[in-house]
Design a protein around this ligand. Structure first.
Ligand SMILES: Nc1ncnc2c1ncn2[C@@H]1O[C@H](COP(=O)(O)OP(=O)(O)OP(=O)(O)O)[C@@H](O)[C@H]1O
Length: 701
């Protein structure tokens, strides 16, 4: 055989081997996937098995002691949802993750077992201020607790190590708080914990804000990854993780990271029944926004404590300066302030020396002020998850508190240009926009989808603007809005601009549509006969449903969002999706939120969602006339607020009318019925409709 033939034979064999390798690696991949699935199933079965147990019993060996300590040390009479269950699971030495809303008492679930058992509980927590607060509270109750961070002085470090190394002394240290950084970087600490473990004096490991372990969690902390070694270092020690972040994928990721797959996950209901949620249309002019905020602080929230969240450091500074000029007691809080300045602001706020902190999301973890009565979002959050966390900081005492979000179209792009590079960033931002422009569903319905919990609007107890508004003496269904022709006009404007090589931002697009701005961008047809705000909401709806799409462009200073045709802009999509629901009109007007909650007492703690609902019904007068001024007047007691609201009633009225009904009349029952008839006959070519029910005035109460 010639050398040439030999080489060719060898090549042939190599090729066959490559094919075989490829086949085997495909097989290996498949087997790995199958193994992963089987493991998932095994863990799920394990978890389900644990979940099938009734953990709410009080006949465990520790039950009497737990109850006694609850009452004598913590001065608490009854457990809140899932507290007893979590305590029983962790006392049974089973790993558990508790997902419960902010402020509902997760810390008790590891503090109470800690003082009931002999050894030490290690608590890993992300923030020193958070730990200091807990330490302060525990010491006031006479419980011995220590804190070990990267900045702890050597004397304290030595004392703590003596506790851990000495069998007699460890009994005297009940809770040791550490930062994940300290855990990851201190071999001395780890070896002391090993000794403590060997002497069977390490009782439990609690991980506060456990979502920080997951890269998918909103507060991911790299040093939390180190905690993955704890289960192998201390296999017999139960881990308890607590968080208010309920996303399923975050929890699964956390379980994997901590090597506690198959552990029990307990979920307290996401609903905070004492929080009222509402969205207010944000004026376009900055001064009007500052006036609105200052009115809220000085009238509605007079003598009440709260937080105003905004988008950027610059925004916090501007807001504070404007509100100070309007005699409001506010201070800024953001990441660029020195630590001592931040702490000063926090302390002043805690002491009620300032009414509200104007903050970026830097003001977050660890805020434990019980009487926060309002959280205002000057700009929407970047995700529902963030929003839920941020609003959760009010009403921690269980009494009535309000979340108010100020929404306008332009704010969408502040968020989207910042988040579009993040994994799921745009999707998260659009869910948030969905919350803002949702025109009919209970606001909590959106949270429930996020937390994959089944939700019935009845449980809201009229504690959101929609449920409250819908429960008035009359219910006005939003008019059916055919936006197909609007959509086509918008596409034509975009196409026309493209022909001139011009890109349009959403606001420019709306301008051109309403015949504002450069004439060359306008079409030779009349502007739409609808209110501009409604036009902006239609554009937002089209964007988040991908009929229009954002097109991001970088400049030297920032990122600009232009609007282009969306992936659903094909004729097929338009023609064959006739029943898509556009929830218009979308944003609650100022008077809705004020009327809805005006007569609520800030001192009552709802006994349950439903009992709350019954109590609240009294605030709506039984007026069978039309939605007219006297109806609104009767609801209002506050003259200044009434003035503010009066100014906006016309806007509300306009939104309820379509083009033909926009004469100056108030929408009495007759006009609304006429509107109904007209809209009923206007169903051709509809791609977006409000629920199929006939829009009508419904008598209730
Ligand atoms: N069963 C209970 N009854 C009454 N008050 C309770 C109960 N359990 C805890 N609390 C109180 O509720 C407040 C909030 O508790 P805690 O700080 O543990 O909340 P959290 O769920 O950890 O909140 P966050 O998610 O913000 O950390 C504390 O003042 C605590 O004393």
């Amino acid at each position: 055989m010639s050398a040439e033939e030999n080489i060719s034979q060898i090549n042939e064999r190599i090729k066959n081997i490559d094919t075989e390798i490829e086949r085997l690696s495909v097989l290996k991949r498949k087997l790995n996937i199958a193994k992963e699935k089987l493991q998932d199933r095994k863990y799920l079965e394990q978890s389900n098995h644990l979940a099938s147990n009734d953990w709410s019993q009080e006949n465990y060996p520790w039950s009497n002691k737990i109850r006694e300590n609850l009452q004598s040390v913590f001065k608490i009479q009854t457990f809140r949802s899932q507290q007893l269950e979590t305590i029983n699971v962790t006392m049974s030495k089973i790993d558990v993750i508790l997902v419960a809303p902010t402020g509902c008492g997760k810390s008790l679930c590891f503090q109470l077992p800690a003082i009931t058992e002999a050894g030490v509980t290690l608590v890993v927590s992300p923030l020193i201020s958070l730990m200091e607060d807990q330490l302060h509270g525990l010491r006031k109750k006479g419980i011995s607790a220590e804190l070990l961070s990267m900045s702890t002085d050597s004397e304290t470090v030595n004392r703590i190590h003596r506790f851990l190394n000495d069998a007699d002394l460890s009994n005297k240290l009940k809770l040791l708080y550490v930062t994940p950084e300290r855990m990851a970087k201190s071999k001395r600490l780890m070896s002391a914990l090993q000794k403590c473990y060997q002497k069977e004096m390490l009782e439990r490991i609690a991980i506060d804000e456990v979502h920080c372990c997951s890269i998918l969690g909103h507060d991911f902390r790299p040093d939390y990854k180190y905690l993955g070694t704890l289960k192998s270092l201390f296999p017999k020690i139960p881990i308890i993780g607590v968080t208010a972040t309920a996303s399923r994928r975050v929890i699964i990721d956390v379980q994997k990271m901590l090597n506690i797959r198959g552990c029990l996950v307990l979920n307290a209901p996401f609903n905070r029944p004492n929080l009222f949620y509402g969205v207010i249309e944000k004026p376009n002019e900055n001064d009007a926004v500052y006036d609105l905020l200052s009115n809220l602080l000085k009238i509605r929230y007079k003598n009440k404590s709260g937080i105003i969240y905004t988008f950027s450091i610059k925004d916090t500074e501007t807001l504070v300066s404007e509100l100070l000029q309007r005699d409001c007691k506010v201070r800024a809080y953001h990441a660029s302030l020195e630590a001592n300045q931040r702490s000063k602001v926090y302390q002043k706020w805690m002491m009620n020396e300032i009414q509200a902190v104007v903050a970026t999301i830097a003001f977050g973890l660890g805020i434990d002020k019980p009487d926060v009565r309002f959280v205002i979002h000057h700009v929407m959050s970047k995700s529902i998850e963030n929003f839920y966390q941020e609003t959760g900081r009010c009403g921690r005492d269980g009494k009535y508190a309000e979340s108010v979000l100020l929404y306008k179209l332009g704010d969408i792009f502040k968020i989207s240009t910042m988040t579009f590079v993040e994994t799921n960033g745009l999707q998260n931002a659009y869910s948030m926009v969905g919350y803002c422009i949702n025109g009919k569903n209970c606001r909590r319905d959106i949270f429930s989808k996020f937390f994959t919990e089944v939700w019935s609007d009845k449980n809201c107890g009229k504690m959101c603007d929609h449920c409250s508004f819908n429960s008035r003496s009359r219910k006005i269904m939003p008019p059916v809005t055919n936006i197909t022709s609007h959509y086509r006009t918008l596409l034509r404007i975009i196409e026309n601009a493209r022909g001139m090589d011009i890109k349009l931002t959403a606001l420019k697009l709306v301008d051109a549509w309403f015949h504002k701005g450069p004439t060359k961008l306008r079409l030779e047809i009349s502007p739409p006969a609808i209110d501009r705000n409604l036009g902006e909401q239609i554009v937002a709806f089209l964007i988040i449903n991908h009929f229009l799409e954002e097109d991001f462009h970088y400049t030297a200073y920032n990122t600009i969002s232009y609007i282009k045709k969306g992936s659903k802009s094909t004729q097929d999509e338009i023609d064959y999706q006739p029943s898509r629901i556009c929830e218009l009109p979308l944003v609650t007007e100022l008077e809705d939120i004020f009327n809805a909650s005006h007569s609520r007492s800030y001192d009552e703690e709802p006994e349950s969602h439903l009992s709350h609902a019954t109590k609240k019904q009294r605030i709506f007068i039984d007026d069978t006339d039309s939605l007219n001024d006297s109806f609104i007047n009767n609801l209002l007691k506050d003259a200044e607020m009434k003035k503010l609201i009066d100014e906006r009633i016309d806007l509300k009225v306009q939104k309820l009318l379509t083009a033909n009904d926009r004469e100056k009349q108030k929408p009495n029952e007759k006009s609304l019925n006429a509107l109904t008839d007209q809209l009923d006959s206007d169903h051709d070519d509809v791609i977006e409709v409000i629920p199929k029910v006939k829009p009508e005035v419904i008598e209730i109460d």
